[in-house]
Design a protein around this ligand. Structure first.
Ligand code: C2E
Ligand code: CA
Ligand code: CA
Length: 841
């Protein structure tokens, strides 16, 4: 007779164990365990040689869930089928157990016939049981209301079944979410957000329906599992892309994907999704790379993360974190102007750890607040020390993790620090990374304002790394822009990124924002930066980050330290800076209005680059400007060409110039543009300009109309033969019209009119004081009046009648007196009228 196979019954009720054992004793060698720990011990002692485990879920100590989990993690035990026993109302528990990997459940109270049947079913062919059971499950509200897709549990069940039913197919598990979906919701409202989610769900369902399972897990997070082929993956990326751009015009949103090609089918669906999530995390905030596959390195990274987590607190307490300082230098003189504090972990076993090895972990688990606070405190202490020792204190910038911006205590922590060490807040500069600005602008703005009101200086770190644009900078009150050269150069050396850098610096100047460049590694870079007007720099070319003691030595003789060659390189090698990757492209296209980089040589103006706005404004496409022999001057109205060339020449001489000319559109019509050109640099005989171009057609039209109106008025005036005047009381200028001018209404003026009124000899002696009083009275309050007087405007004294209005400004004071003078033959009563009526304010 064959040896009976082994069964393990795990239940804390001895009665249950007894019943079950009796039921199966003739078929199986039955082992018993009263709790989870004992069960696992027995399984290991049996080397996993157990055909089936009947497992109670609710037990003291290690419960049934823990047993399932541990069994799945141990390869020796992970194949053993588990049937869980649970009370009739324990639906959630059943689902959870099944999701974790149990293969079936037994309803309690235990009914011998059913139990036997289930056990036999499981052992005979697991799938059948699963099917019936699953159908029961899926009836039970397992669909997401918004999108109609599965929720997580139903997805897990459906997926597991799919995997079991198709043992020879290769599958991929995918997790995806929409970057910055929260922001989208805030901007466009929840309804729009919901619409987007539904739309994506629909598209996914129709296109991937036949080959896999899909679900919305929560929020904007979707899970898919389907047959793995390269084409299917690509198709999925396309679906996400097109559905998003259809709804949002391709502007704002991107989707990131984490993929796990299922190698180990014993993993639970949750574990597979965890792997996707690990992969997804590696590309979060990275706008170039939107899709990542899980690999084993990620798993070891996760283990490493665990290790870091277990050590961090004691490391902080034991002073293993150290502050390194990297000086910042003025580009024009090479002098040190301050420093950035950068943290290092001097690990007892692993040596020096760089921030990128532990900061992301701390950001995930929240420990970053403690670490940052520690760094800020060390820096505050150092500044205090310098002040005490008479070392001229220079500002030190510290990094604020974007996680900390959500901490309501952030401002208080900083206020307390500067108070505790009694240091000027301006010396503790705050670096906030650009991505934080795009994540939650509202929240950030209020934090920033509070900090700035208290005297802190805020730098926008890593500008160019995320999505923000200079356009956005108008609304965000940062004090300094920090541009990382890495984000601008890329690896492509044939492109033209340097010009982008130049334009960013110039536009920052337009916004009155000082710029510091970081990551400066070569003399050429420093020279180029200087040539485009950047103020300061930080990078290996000047100093590497160094221990605090070394920095203090430097700071002691601060002004004597001059690093780097500060001369302007005679010939700047622009090509070496011209690399245009997608990132810089985004930047360039999000800047204020229409901009272009032009190159001029031999009276030919060529486009180096224009942004999308520019194309929209001119109705042109890139091809219009990049054809053979293409010359921007051909697009300028013939009669304006000389002016345009002169303007660029002037910019070459004086660095900036502005001009207006007519620019042709693709359809042949003309628009008036105003171009502000900034000279960037010269390369051999070629001058490079950065230009901001504004459509001023409307303004030009208005001006033309104004000119017309003035002409008309002057005809009327001439016809009337009157003199019109407009006295500007605020600036004390008397404007008046004369007959022979045909263009402007008031072609003459008398400055300091009231100031010199007593010396005004044009008015007849006898009428002088009368006029003076009338004027005084008119200036006091809104009024109208008439006064007759003699004046020798035309050589000899003649009688005039002046009708005037004292017109008040919004605050009620008379700001202008306007009116007309007409010649009269005879004065009215009492040697000339002098009438006055006060008007309401
Ligand atoms: P970051 O704020 O952008 O700091 C600049 C990083 O560039 C530093 O790396 C610095 O050593 C490095 N660097 C400076 N000059 C050059 C150069 O010429 N070439 C190159 N290739 N790199 C240069 P580090 O020290 O490894 O820090 C990395 C990041 O970790 C920092 O980037 C910052 O985001 C974060 N970090 C550092 N210390 C802290 C801290 O105390 N708190 C927080 N929250 N984050 C920190
Ligand atoms: Ca920084
Ligand atoms: Ca930076």
């Amino acid at each position: 007779m064959n040896k009976k196979s082994n069964m393990l019954i795990v239940d804390d009720s001895s009665l249950n164990r007894f019943v079950l054992k009796k039921l199966f004793a003739d078929e199986f060698e039955v082992f018993e365990a009263p709790d989870g720990a004992t069960a696992l011990k027995q399984l290991r002692e049996l080397d996993g040689d157990v055909s089936i485990v009947l497992l109670d879920l609710i037990m003291p100590g290690k419960d049934g869930f823990a047993v399932i989990k541990e069994m799945h993690e141990e390869s020796m035990l992970s194949d053993i089928p588990i049937i869980v026993a649970s009370a009739a109302d324990g639906l959630d528990n059943e689902l959870r157990a099944l999701e974790l990997g149990a293969i079936d459940y037994l309803p309690k109270p235990l009914e011998p016939r059913i139990i036997k049947l289930r056990v036999h079913n499981v052992l005979a062919g697991m799938e059948n049981t699963r099917l019936t059971m699953r159908n029961e499950m899926l009836e039970l509200g397992q669909y997401d209301e918004l999108t109609g897709l599965f929720k997580k549990q139903a997805f897990s069940l459906a997926t597991r079944k799919m995997l079991i039913d198709n043992p020879d197919e290769k599958y991929v598990m995918v997790l995806f979410d929409i970057d910055r979906f929260k922001l989208y919701n805030e901007r466009h409202g929840m309804d729009e957000g919901d619409k987007l989610l539904k739309y994506i769900a629909e598209r996914v369902a129709t296109r991937l329906g036949g080959i896999g399972k899909y679900a919305r897990l929560h929020g904007d997070v979707f899970a898919l599992c389907y047959r793995y082929t390269k084409e299917h993956v690509q198709e999925m990326l396309d679906i996400a892309d097109t559905s998003l751009s259809e709804l949002t015009y391709g502007k704002e949103l991107l989707v990131s994907f984490g993929l796990y090609v299922i190698e180990n089918r014993k993993l639970t669906v949750s574990q597979m999704l965890d792997r996707c999530d690990l992969a997804l995390r590696t590309i979060k905030g990275n706008y170039m790379n939107r899709c990542a596959y899980f690999d084993d390195a990620m798993l070891s990274a996760m283990n490493e993360e665990q290790e870091i987590l277990s050590e961090m607190k004691s490391a902080l307490a034991q002073g293993q974190f150290d502050i390194y300082m990297q000086p910042k230098c003025r580009l024009d003189t090479g002098e040190i102007s301050g420093a950035e504090a950068l943290v290092r972990w001097i690990h007892t076993k692993r040596g020096l750890l760089m921030p990128n090895e532990f900061i992301p972990v701390f950001e995930r688990n929240g420990f970053i607040m403690q670490l940052d606070t520690y760094v800020w405190e060390c820096v505050s202490k150092a500044i205090r020390r310098w002040i005490d020792q008479g070392i001229p204190p220079m500002p030190v910038s510290v990094n604020i993790s974007r996680i900390n911006l959500r901490n309501p205590e952030l401002c208080n922590v900083l206020f307390n620090l500067v108070k505790k060490y009694n240091i000027p807040p301006a010396l503790l500069e705050l670096e906030i990374t650009e991505s934080a600005y795009t994540e939650d602008p509202e929240q950030l703005l209020s934090v920033m304002r509070t900090l700035q009101e208290h005297g802190f200086v805020v730098l926008m770190d890593d500008f160019g790394s995320a999505y923000s644009s200079l356009n956005m900078l108008k609304d965000i009150p940062v004090d300094v822009l920090k541009i990382d050269l890495h984000f601008l150069s890329g690896t492509d050396t044939t492109g033209r990124g340097g010009s982008i850098l130049a334009s960013v610096v110039h536009m920052a100047q337009l916004l009155n924002l000082p710029v510091i460049a970081e990551g400066v590694e070569t003399r050429e870079q420093a020279s180029f930066l200087r040539s485009i007007g950047c103020e300061s720099a930080q990078g290996y070319y000047y100093y590497r980050p160094m221990p605090m003691i070394e920095y203090e030595k430097l700071a002691r003789r601060a002004s004597g330290n001059v690093k780097g060659d500060v001369s302007l390189a005679g010939k700047v090698d622009i090509e070496s800076f011209w690399s245009m990757d997608k990132q810089t492209n985004t930047l360039f296209n999000n800047v204020l209005g229409s901009v272009a980089i032009y190159e001029m040589h031999d009276d030919k103006l060529e486009v180096v680059r224009v942004n999308d706005e520019y194309l929209t404004m001119t109705g042109c496409s890139m091809e219009h400007f990049f054809g053979k022999n293409s010359n921007v001057l051909d697009w300028i109205h013939v009669s304006d060409r000389d002016d345009a060339v002169a303007m660029f020449r002037e910019a070459r001489q004086t660095h900036t110039a502005t001009g207006r000319y007519r620019h042709k559109r693709a359809d042949g019509s003309y628009i008036w543009v105003q171009t502000k050109a900034k000279f960037l640099t010269v390369n051999e005989s070629r001058s490079l300009f950065f230009a901001v171009i504004t459509d001023v057609s409307n303004i030009m039209e208005l001006e033309a109309k104004l000119l017309d109106d003035n002409k008309r008025y002057s005809f009327i005036r001439q016809a009337l033969g009157d003199q019109l005047f407009d006295y500007d009381a605020v600036h004390d200028i008397f404007y008046y019209s004369v007959h022979d001018s045909d263009s402007e209404l008031f072609s003459r003026n008398v400055p300091d009119f009231w100031h010199n009124f007593s010396d005004y000899k044009n008015i007849h002696e006898d009428d002088h004081s009368k006029c003076l009083h009338a004027m005084e009275r008119a200036l006091r309050a809104p009024c109208k009046g008439t006064i007759e007087f003699r004046s020798k405007l035309s050589g000899e004294y003649k009688w005039y009648r002046m009708t005037y209005h004292g017109v008040a400004d919004s605050s009620g004071y008379v700001a202008r007196i306007v009116g007309r003078n007409e010649t009269i033959k005879e004065p009215g009563a009492d040697g000339g009228l002098n009438e006055y009526t006060a008007l309401d304010k």
